[in-house]
Design a protein around this ligand. Structure first.
Ligand SMILES: NC(=O)C1=CN([C@@H]2O[C@H](COP(=O)(O)OP(=O)(O)OC[C@H]3O[C@@H](n4cnc5c(N)ncnc54)[C@H](OP(=O)(O)O)[C@@H]3O)[C@@H](O)[C@H]2O)C=CC1
Ligand SMILES: CC(C)CCC[C@@H](C)[C@H]1CC[C@H]2[C@@H]3C(=O)C=C4C[C@@H](O)CC[C@]4(C)[C@H]3CC[C@]12C
Length: 326
């Protein structure tokens, strides 16, 4: 029962249901002012974000590599050879590896001609983990440290239906994956001292399913798993060593042309430019490189949203009828 002598309690405005209040508050502000306010806030905000993105991007300068001590594996041919030449022109110290001594000797001679601070080679197969470790030891002996480790070599890769050869897969895992880990383990103490970088050369086939490269693809996916996890640990422990995973599309190297020219509808991207982009991405301590950018980035964006579409797109982009079971 209500007491007539007591003032009647009026509901406080704030106790009204919120949608009603909001509606009223907004109703009082004319449309033009609302738009004006929005533009006044939105335009400078977008401007600030764009300016930040633009100016915070550090530019690569070749001088950044002058005097740096760099190991490049698989540098007797292809992209690795081109990386050695770029580094030489930039005045870096290079130590290159592969199996064929004669080819390495030629590359070293060219590197010295092009202006390398010093150029050395070591030869042998990366199936042998002792070699992987010895290469890093040699860098320490020659230069007393290391600034950049470029892991690029791969073992023989066929482009055909998986032949069921598990031994081939085991060997490829040793060459393309385990030796990368072994070299990283040996190099980490010296890279910590110099605040250096590790560059891991991978492929679209290390991020999405590409037919006819099952063993190769497995080794490249393994690299992503291992090095992306290691990168997280280095960040957690505040260790100043960067890891750049380089995701490459089709590149016109001699080996690639011999292996896939009959199935590709377009020529590969230039190996010289590819090699330079890899070095730049490492010097700028990027997380990942995509080269050629659109040909690699777009499939990766589609991958998680429309995997079936990407699978069929990939099959359609290859002349699969030219692949004969061997
Ligand atoms: N070309 C392409 O289309 C693409 C390439 N990539 C990646 O780029 C990198 C370079 O490829 P690319 O330049 O085409 O390759 P190449 O075939 O031109 O070079 C491979 C290098 O590895 C060396 N090598 C081969 N077997 C062994 C071994 N068992 N132990 C040590 N070294 C070995 C070779 O020298 P030797 O024979 O004397 O030992 C050579 O120096 C690779 O990591 C590859 O996965 C990624 C995507 C596409
Ligand atoms: C979205 C899709 C259309 C993209 C398809 C791109 C495919 C066809 C591209 C992307 C990565 C490429 C391979 C590669 O990484 C490295 C090598 C090693 C070399 O020795 C022989 C050639 C090989 C097998 C390349 C063959 C062509 C591949 C599969």
């Amino acid at each position: 029962m209500k007491d007539r002598n007591l003032p009647q309690l009026q509901p406080h405005p704030s106790s009204q249901p919120w949608p009603l209040q909001t509606h009223r508050a907004v109703e009082h502000v004319p449309e033009e002012i609302r738009m004006g306010l929005l533009l006044k806030i939105l335009v400078p905000f977008v401007g600030l974000v764009l300016a930040f993105c633009f100016y915070s991007k550090e530019d690569f300068k070749p001088e950044m590599m002058k005097g740096k001590r760099v190991i490049v594996t698989g540098a007797s041919t292809g992209i690795g050879e081109q990386m050695a030449y770029h580094l030489a022109r930039m005045g870096a110290h290079v130590l290159i590896t592969a199996r064929t001594e004669a080819k390495l000797q030629k590359v070293v001679t060219w590197c010295l001609e092009l202006g390398a601070a010093s150029a050395h080679y070591m030869y042998g197969s990366m199936e042998d983990m002792a070699l992987a470790e010895d290469v890093v030891k040699e860098a320490k002996r020659l230069w007393g440290g290391l600034d950049m480790l470029i892991l690029n070599h791969i073992g023989y890769t066929y482009f055909n239906y998986f032949d069921g050869d598990v031994e081939h897969l085991r060997k490829l895992l040793e060459i393309n994956f385990l030796s990368y880990v072994a070299m990283t383990v040996s190099a980490l103490p010296v890279l910590k001292e110099s605040g250096g970088s590790i560059l891991v050369v991978s492929s679209t086939a290390g991020k999405v399913g590409i037919p006819f490269v099952a063993p190769y693809s497995a080794t490249k996916f393994a690299l992503d798993g291992f090095f992306s996890s290691l990168r997280q640990e280095l960040i957690i422990e505040n260790i100043n060593v960067s890891i750049t995973l380089c995701i490459l599309g089709h590149i016109a190297t001699e080996t690639a042309e011999k292996t896939v020219s009959h199935v590709m509808q377009k020529p590969g991207a230039p190996k010289e430019e590819c090699a330079l982009e890899i070095i730049k991405s490492g010097a700028l301590r990027k997380r990942e490189l995509y080269y050629p950018y659109a040909a690699v980035r777009i499939p990766l964006l589609i991958r998680d949203w429309a995997p079936e579409f990407l699978d069929s797109f990939t099959r359609n982009r290859l002349n699969v009828e030219n692949v004969k079971r061997s």
